[in-house]
Design a protein around this ligand. Sequence first.
Ligand code: ATP
Ligand code: PLP
Ligand code: MG
Ligand code: MG
Length: 300
Amino acid sequence: PESSPQVLSIQSHVVAGYVGNKSAVFPLNVLGFEVHSINSVEFSNHTGYGKWKGQVLNAEELAELMSGLQINDLDNVSHLLTGYVGSASFLEQVYETVKQLKKKNPELVYVCDPVMGDNGQMYVPEELLEIYRDKLIPLADVITPNQFEVELLTGKTITSESDAIECMEMLHKMGVKVVVISSSVLGPSGCLTAFGSSQRSDSMEVWKLDIPRIPHLFTGTGDLFSALLLAWLHISNGDLSLAMVNSLGSLQEVLHRTSAYADAQVKLGKPYGAKLLELQLIQSKKDIENPPQTFKAIRL
Ligand code: ATP
Ligand code: PLP
Ligand code: MG
Ligand code: MG
């Protein structure tokens, strides 16, 4: 039998709750992917709580883990997934890792979520921008920036759909095959609008999808989204609209379940906050296995 796809996922770990690897590994496993996980931090809980304890992996420690995998020929993976990185030195080492993995497997698919900020604010050191732009993005096959991150990477302000398309074209020119803007404010009010663009031989295939905004501030959704997208792009053999519809369909179910749980707990007198809004991921296993076809993607 054919071997399962194998993902090396370099992301945060939290002891309690679901961000980073905690929100990516379960859905990947459920969808049939083996996952090697490197925990870039080990925190008690995500930073949205305001208080947390734990450790941060440094660049040397990442290199050491990668050399251990190499010694045992465990670095021959089909996919690499990276998310939030908090320092320039760690990101430089991620770049070394991409090169190592691509050398071992020239067919490696690298899915990069260039997490830098949201709503006009950067929440990582500024020097990460040029490392993403000049080093990581050119090696990435798939990227999942939000609107603000696309603006940072292209240096262009996006105020319309045609701006978004132009930016995705610029990102393709930098070498990326699939660009998915996970959320933007370009659609109808009350909606988050996602865009996806796939580079074909000399044209691009562009899709748009409106997602109704649920009135809560969730955490771990970006990490869940990039993992689902990786999985469905592989399973569908690169069918971008199917991958977006399935990923966002499952994600929306998780968020509806989470929102219903939080509302019910508040009614019972529990204080509203980050703890009540932890993703109801395990409870949503069936919706990950069989994504509800909630959304329709529109071809632009
Ligand atoms: P990054 O991980 O690069 O920061 P991002 O800012 O787009 O990306 P999120 O804001 O977590 O990440 O959004 C990812 C996806 O999660 C969106 O495409 C959307 O489907 C879903 N999502 C997040 N928050 C909500 C919400 N309040 N209502 C509905 N969907 C949401
Ligand atoms: N990793 C850690 C440690 C975090 O604290 C957070 C958010 O607070 C995230 C990752 C990212 O979560 P999201 O997927 O919502 O971008
Ligand atoms: Mg966001
Ligand atoms: Mg995010």
